[in-house]
Design a protein around this ligand. Structure first.
Ligand code: HPA
Length: 245
């Protein structure tokens, strides 16, 4: 079964026919909220709002382990993470949808593995390709079927937040090879891999990153809401097609 984790701008899926809400408990604590269970078309789907349904949980306080554990426990074997990001390259403009193929983790202090604590085995999972090839291909097919443009590939820099970056930090991320920057991509992607879930991220560019484009002197935060609202309509159409596959 497919699970969707919605980020900023996507706290509910309008096209989801809700059958029930599941208040899950996990050995890692509580997830961000109840899991919404339902159908999109003929497909069973689970939905979870990463920042809570009232958007109250900042990126560094999201319980990523509980979220993924709860979704798996509820029957999910694949995950599409929807996340808003800043565009580092000038040709990655606000409103663009990008399917990253790689991630660099700059976060710190977040519980980031299931393999720790009493009784847990030592385990080094392979992260060469953290995002699932299968899910990426399915999302690209779904976008084509929906007639929505999605940029195939990009390097996601996961920063700690909750503050946005300095212009110099963005320059450094670009030198490191990053194309987009967001605050929730890790440890989520690695944790999904640790528990064997097929995981890919569909990222929506909310703004140019600090120092780029019209964010040259400041990120225009007042514009982000409208950009995300429009783009999430396209994301919903892609997810609809994904559920028809
Ligand atoms: N930086 C980090 N995370 C983000 C940004 C950004 O510019 N925009 C949306 N999420």
């Amino acid at each position: 079964m497919l699970a969707i984790i919605g980020g900023s701008g996507l706290t509910k899926l309008a096209n989801l026919e809700v059958s029930r809400r599941l208040a899950a408990r996990t050995p890692y604590g509580d997830p961000s909220g109840a899991i919404t269970c339902g159908k999109i078309g003929q497909s069973d789907v689970l939905f979870l709002a990463r920042h809570g349904y009232g958007h109250t949980i900042p990126p560094h306080e999201v319980n990523y382990r509980a979220n993924l554990w709860a979704l798996k426990d509820a029957g999910a074997d694949s995950v599409v993470s929807v996340a808003s990001v800043g565009g580092i390259r000038n040709d990655i403009w606000p409103g663009a949808i990008l399917l990253p193929h790689q991630v660099i983790d700059y976060t710190w202090g977040r519980p980031s593995t299931f393999f720790e604590g009493p009784g847990a085995p030592v385990n080094h999972i392979d992260c060469t390709e953290t995002y699932s090839r299968v899910m990426r291909a399915r999302l690209l097919n779904a976008a084509a079927a929906a007639g929505e443009r999605v940029t195939d590939g990009g390097v996601y820099a996961a920063t700690q937040g909750p503050r946005l970056e300095t212009a110099a930090e963005i320059h450094r991320l670009e030198r490191d090879g990053a194309d987009i920057v967001g605050m929730t991509g890790m440890p989520e992607a690695a944790l999904a891999r640790e528990i064997g879930m097929e995981y890919a991220a569909l990222t929506v560019v909310a703004n140019y990153a600090a120092g780029r484009g019209d964010s040259e002197h400041a990120v225009p935060l007042d514009k982000i809401g409208a950009v995300l609202e429009e783009a999430m309509g396209r994301v919903r159409r892609i997810i609809e097609k994904l559920c028809e596959q």
